[in-house]
Write a protein that binds this ligand. Structure first.
Ligand code: ATP
Length: 374
């Protein structure tokens, strides 16, 4: 059992607020990713959970118990950093056994656990190899295994895959998920890679400038971003975010886009419901590139009319860029889609897939606001 509660947690270095009033509840056995750009406060949050940094204010509880006074080595935590901490002069077996020997476990039990974790991390055939002779990928597997073997109730991983190659990173994403299921640990995983967060986590805490932006399942943060920061950070290519102005009356409302014309908003559509929450006519309209449907310029259905400016074939799909003046958009299409530069297209966006944000604050305009706290 190990739930983690961060309550109004802040950390200040000099005049800089690395973490600002963070409240977050990680459930027992949950995999939570702390996601955000460099410098947003992810590592500082992890270090406070681990007991390496002390909060300037706020509280941390494990299973409801305030652990502020507890030193790092009494918190029952496993920690894996970006730079693998292993003893290169010891063999793989000795590295794995190290923490268990320190704890004075009987030799038989140490052996049982070493064999089990080596099997889980696919290091069984390397057990007697000097760890200095491992590849970078294997060293990171060993570092994870070395922490996991102590069976900590809470496992903290700070960018553990950022030094390994892309193919191994994809492989390790699956392995880490297996590891968590096998060991039934509560995991907090720091990353700046939204794909890693989306594929691994039960819930993602998106941070920026020390402030929690949204906490939800990968589907929630992807499909219902709480603000323009989250909308832009999740997804590759990212969501199209275009300034628009609300116009029209009653059942004939419309959004006007500078050089790209206007878009009528159907009464009672999700978009019309969002419009009700607008405090100002100045909004930001959002649509994901994969939710756009393209047609010929002559199509009579309502949509935006824009010329293609750049075509980017990416394997099975093609990203097409559109633009006129300040209005810039991207659409993902099937590989077969053909267009010429400057060719005009009608751009359709299903109303259920469109997002509206307040332009001044960036907050999503919607009733069912996702709660930042669990
Ligand atoms: P990265 O992915 O680059 O590690 P991060 O999201 O983990 O970034 P932190 O390392 O937590 O961010 O840093 C948050 C802010 O706090 C940054 O502005 C950083 O410069 C600052 N900071 C972190 N540790 C210290 C420290 N010991 N002294 C002074 N400033 C610090």
């Amino acid at each position: 059992m190990a739930s983690i509660e961060l309550i109004n947690l802040s950390k200040t270095f000099g005049s800089a607020k690395a973490v600002n009033d963070l409240t977050l509840n990680v459930r027992d056995n949950e995999f939570v990713a702390l996601l955000g750009p460099s410098g947003c406060g992810k590592s500082t949050t992890m270090n406070m959970i681990a007991g390496i940094e002390h909060p300037t204010s706020g509280e941390i509880r494990f299973d409801g118990r305030d652990i502020s006074g507890l030193p790092a080595n009494k918190r029952g935590i496993g920690f894996v950093f970006q730079n693998y901490a292993i003893f290169t002069h010891l063999s793989v077996r000795e590295n794995l056994a190290f923490a268990l020997r320190v704890r004075g476990l009987p030799g038989k039990e140490i052996n049982r656990r070493v064999v089990a974790i080596a099997d889980l991390m696919r290091l069984s055939d390397k057990l007697d190899r000097p760890s200095a002779r491992l590849s970078v990928n294997e060293m990171q597997k060993l570092a994870i295994g070395r922490s996991a073997i102590a069976e900590p109730a809470i496992f903290l991983l700070d960018e553990p895959l950022s030094n390994v190659d892309a193919a191994f990173r994809a492989f390790m994403r699956t392995e880490l998920k297996h590891l968590q299921h096998a060991l039934k640990q509560t995991m907090v995983y720091v990353t700046h890679d939204q794909i890693e967060a989306m594929s691994l986590a039960d819930r993602i805490a998106v941070m920026n400038n020390g402030v929690l932006q949204q906490f939800g399942t990968p589907e929630e943060v992807y499909n219902s971003p709480a603000n323009t920061f989250v909308a832009n950070f999740m997804g590759s290519p990212s969501m199209n975010l275009i300034p628009a102005v609300i116009g029209g009356e009653g059942g004939n409302r419309a959004l006007t886009f500078k050089e790209a014309g206007s878009l009528p908003v159907s009464a009672d559509s999700p978009l019309a419901r969002s419009l009700q929450w607008a405090k100002s006519p100045d909004v930001v309209f959002g649509v994901r590139p994969e939710d756009i449907e393209l047609a010929s310029a002559g199509d009579k259905r309502p949509g935006l009319l824009l010329p293609a400016t750049f075509v980017e074939p990416i394997g099975p799909r093609t990203t097409i860029h559109f633009g006129a003046g300040s209005v810039r958009m991207k659409a993902i299409t099937e590989k077969r889609f053909r267009t010429g530069l400057g060719e005009m297209h009608k751009i359709f966006m299903p109303e259920g897939k469109c997002h509206l944000f307040d332009r001044a604050s960036g907050a999503a305009l919607r009733t069912g606001e996702l709660h930042v706290h669990a």
